[in-house]
Design a protein around this ligand. Structure first.
Ligand code: DX5
Ligand code: ZN
Length: 217
């Protein structure tokens, strides 16, 4: 399964509902939702109230990326406000195994994410317990950054591991996707591609059409 996952961090929040509707009309299935706490990452984005209100109008798959310290404190809240999948950072959890279990028990899909400096090795023992691994290809915290080339081999390493162990785990990448890096990450083995500025920066309809086309080429 391949999915383009537009990140609403780059949306125009004054027109958020309208923009999500456009994404739906253009055939998008996954919506990437970046929650930042000003502690795990320097910036603060938005939280439960925003997710709750867009949930009322949208049937998209809500892929919630928690860039939050000790996310175990908030799993229930994010499920209650409409998350379909919750991704936590390996670096942010007190007890990563327990947090993953907690997400699973809450009945949504489970993702684990690693920052650019965190080796695949740190999470390779838990591939059987997650639905997806999110490989950050920029330092988490802001949209519009440059793709970090050194992350490409982590995507490859992960794809090899998943293949060798015959597992059903998605590989998502997040950060710095453009025409060129789209090709790089797909070649390396990613199947879920997050895109913020690539999709939202100019006209949303043409942005999303263009990105989808590049993804399917
Ligand atoms: C970064 C966020 C990303 C970000 C991607 O911390 O997790 O989802 O919005 O933005 P672009 O695609 O513009 O790099
Ligand atoms: Zn993200």
């Amino acid at each position: 399964m391949y999915q383009l996952c537009p990140s609403i961090l780059s949306a125009d929040f004054n027109r958020l509902g309208e923009q999500i509707k456009i994404l739906e009309e253009e055939g998008i299935e996954w919506l990437h939702i970046d929650v930042m706490d000003g502690d795990f990452v320097p910036s603060i984005s938005f939280g439960m109230p925003v997710i709750k209100s867009i949930r009322k109008e949208s049937k998209l798959f809500f892929d919630v990326h928690l860039m939050v310290t000790e996310p175990e404190r908030y799993i229930r809240d994010f499920v209650d406000c409409g998350a379909d999948s919750i991704t936590v950072h390996a670096e942010a959890c007190e007890d990563l195994e327990r947090t993953i279990e907690q997400i699973r028990e809450a009945g949504v899909k489970v993702g684990v994410s690693i920052k650019p400096a965190t080796p695949v090795n740190d999470i390779s023992h838990m591939l059987e317990d997650v639905d997806m691994v999110l490989v950050m290809t920029v330092q988490p915290g802001f949209g519009g950054q440059k793709y970090m080339e050194e992350c490409t081999e982590k995507i490859q390493e992960l794809r090899d591991l998943i293949q060798d162990e015959d597992l059903n785990v998605d590989i998502q990448v997040d950060g710095g996707i453009n025409d060129e890096t789209m090709e790089t990450v797909l070649k390396a083995g990613a199947n879920l591609v997050v895109a913020g500025s690539y999709v939202f920066k100019d006209d949303l309809v043409s942005g999303v059409r263009h990105a989808k086309k590049r993804m399917n080429e």
